[in-house]
Write a protein that binds this ligand. Structure first.
Ligand SMILES: NC(=O)c1ccc[n+]([C@@H]2O[C@H](COP(=O)([O-])OP(=O)(O)OC[C@H]3O[C@@H](n4cnc5c(N)ncnc54)[C@H](O)[C@@H]3O)[C@@H](O)[C@H]2O)c1
Length: 248
């Protein structure tokens, strides 16, 4: 399998390049605005400036603003796409959904198996702990651009009820907590690769379920696994998730 790496010179892009090398996978070319002379593969500043290279699967850890270029490459060429980037707008989400009717796309705001298990546990706990207030806390390094994290939003979706209300900032309000609220608090500092805690607060007791990423290599390993998964179903367009990868 030949990988194409979008955002190849970023923190995660470099980790994925290392994970590919460790598994003997070739990176056919990379795309990044920062040309990294240290890369062992050709790096272009956009998909349109590449020479004739193609690839079997694209792995993307870049920015939402790269989406159009990514889809313009993947959709016409039928190249499966692993999207790990977070922070997309609703308009971007619609573009991804539309593209998934033509190509196989794997998408997860968090490529770690541990976070997937956290999500399953959090959903189960929410169904058992009726009447508990749920609060999510996420912590990331000081270079992260989007807030709340895509993973925190994914956890919110896992624990929410139909009438739940997402609160990311309480400062405009001067009132008690509404029982329908689910808060997400975002901490930014230092070099934290990613921490997520789902807390259930009842009368006289609380339960905290936490995942702490100690190393970015877990996300890279998950993305490479997702690339293998897509390569195996490359002719089946659709929007695939961690649930699909684990079940299939
Ligand atoms: N799904 C997951 O498991 C997971 C894990 C970690 C990070 N992420 C997400 O992955 C993304 C990247 O994270 P990071 O920490 O590597 O960020 P980063 O800023 O270190 O890397 C992003 C790279 O994209 C490049 N880039 C920006 N605009 C570009 C453009 N127009 N064309 C080409 N390249 C461009 C930048 O030069 C940079 O090298 C973020 O959205 C982050 O939230 C997801």
């Amino acid at each position: 399998m030949n990988i194409v790496l979008s955002g190849c010179c970023g923190r995660m892009g470099r980790q994925v390049a290392e994970a590919c090398a460790a598994q003997g996978l070739a990176v056919r070319f990379g795309v990044d605005l920062k040309a990294d002379s240290g890369a062992s593969f050709p790096v272009y500043d956009s998909f349109s400036s590449r020479k004739a290279e193609e690839g079997d699967v694209v792995i993307d850890f870049s920015l939402p603003s790269c989406l159009d270029g990514l889809l313009d490459f993947c959709v016409p060429s039928g190249t499966p796409l692993v999207i790990a980037t977070t922070g997309y707008s609703q308009e971007d989400e619609a573009k991804i959904l539309k593209a998934s009717s033509r190509i196989a796309i794997f998408r997860s705001a968090n490529m770690s198996l541990g976070v997937h298990v956290l999500k399953l546990l959090a959903k189960k706990a929410a169904s058992l702990l009726d009447g508990f207030d749920i609060e999510i806390v996420e912590k990331h390094h000081n270079q992260k651009l989007d807030a709340p994290s895509g993973t925190a939003l994914m956890l919110f979706d896992a624990v929410r009820k139909d009438d739940s209300v997402l609160i990311t900032d309480r400062t405009p309000f001067h009132r008690k907590r509404d029982a329908r609220e689910i808060g997400i608090s975002s901490v930014r500092g230092g070099t934290v690769p990613g921490e997520h805690e789902v807390g259930y607060y009842g009368r006289g007791e609380k339960i905290l379920i936490t995942h702490s990423a100690q190393d970015r290599s877990i996300f890279a390993a998950g993305a490479v696994k997702a690339a293998f998964f897509l390569d195996g179903i490359r002719n089946r367009p659709g929007l695939y998730s961690m649930d699909d990868m684990i079940q299939l």
